[in-house]
Design a protein around this ligand. Structure first.
Ligand code: NAP
Length: 309
């Protein structure tokens, strides 16, 4: 079995390569998603050593949690699998709103438990900050749920550094999830030093920049077929050049670009585990090969330098 990494100060131990499941039943995020492919990729992950799954209410909505719950149940292995989910969104008259009130978070946990077909959630995040709820009050509600045994660890996501500090006034925050990848490195300035000082584990989302950092695209890619901010022409073309430099490092090590990129995140003190997403089972298996890559200090610096400009 792969070495299990402790997530920050929690009692959760996981394979450092987890799985993001926003494309598992996340019909509102990706067009034409095949649910069976989603089920299959979660099964593939679980039977090949992945034991950390990241989902959320808003992926679907609800559908990702439901599918993860089905596969979790059929695995018969609940106690070995670490489930993270998130809430904050609510749909009112067809409109999405954010809510961090204690009452809403408590109700959200109860509903997520049903969709996941389990009686505890290992890591529960406030997915996005709302405007009004004091963040320490919101986290205080999660602390009560932790004391009741409904959740095992507390996370916040997409909070500013000020919101994180307010949320962590009593030291209850275990995990911060935020965007971080070789193309978006703002978190290095204030979030990384804060989380490291407070033993909060940083879980980066978009680690592969939606696939752009896997090295599978080239200048002939038809960008009009691609969705998302990483496929804007200028950024896309600049990134291709940098990816080619990463490919040289990958070739030299007998690895692929995606493995080098993912391994680089795991060299950061602030990061214990990563959650690359996938649409197909073969991508899940491929990303697991990251565990075979060891980057030297020189390579870590070189990769950072390539993406600095
Ligand atoms: P990502 O990990 O940067 O990219 C995942 C995508 O890259 C896959 O869906 C797949 O898309 C492609 N891919 C993955 N592995 C590959 C491989 N080995 N070879 C080729 N292509 C590969 O982006 P993400 O999935 O959006 O983010 C990761 C996770 O973070 C999500 O699943 C979700 O759980 C979480 N997340 C959280 C937030 C938040 O607000 N907290 C926001 C976003 C995401 P294609 O097949 O289409 O290329």
């Amino acid at each position: 079995m792969t070495n299990q990494t402790r997530i920050g100060k929690t009692d959760l131990y996981v394979n450092p390569i987890g799985l993001g499941t926003n494309a598992v039943g996340g019909h509102n995020l990706f067009p034409n998603l095949d649910e069976e492919a989603g089920r299959e990729l979660v099964r593939t992950g679980l039977s090949n050593g992945i034991n950390f799954l990241d989902t959320a209410f808003i992926y679907g909505p609800k559908r990702s949690e439901e599918i993860v719950g089905e596969v979790l149940k059929e695995s018969g292995n609940r106690s070995k699998i670490v489930i993270a989910t998130k809430a904050a969104h609510k749909i009112v008259d067809g409109e999405v709103q954010l809510d961090n009130t204690p009452a809403f978070l408590k109700e959200s946990v109860d509903e997520a438990l049903q969709r996941l077909q389990t009686d505890y959630i290992d890591l529960f995040y406030i997915h996005f900050p709302d405007k009004d709820t004091p963040k320490d009050e919101a986290v205080g509600a999660l602390k009560q749920l932790k004391d009741e045994g409904k959740i095992r660890a507390i996370g916040v996501s997409n909070f500013s550094i000020e919101q994180l500090k307010e949320a962590n006034k009593d030291g209850y925050v275990d995990v911060y999830q935020g965007e971080y990848n070789l193309l978006s490195r703002d978190a290095e300035k204030e979030l990384f030093p804060y989380v490291t000082e407070h033993q909060i584990s940083f879980v980066p989302f978009f680690p592969l920049a939606s696939g752009l950092l896997t090295g599978k695209y080239d200048k002939n890619t038809n960008l009009s077929e691609k969705r998302g901010k990483f496929f804007q022409k200028e950024l896309f073309e600049q990134t291709l050049e940098k990816v080619e430099q990463i490919r040289k490092i990958a070739n030299h090590k007998g690895a692929e670009v995606a493995h080098i990129v993912l391994a680089w995140y795991l060299t950061h003190d602030a990061i214990d585990v990563i959650i690359p997403g996938a649409k197909h089972a073969d991508q899940v298996l491929n990303n697991l090969k990251t565990l075979q890559v060891h980057l030297t200090n020189e390579e870590v610096k070189e990769i950072s330098r390539i993406f600095q400009s």
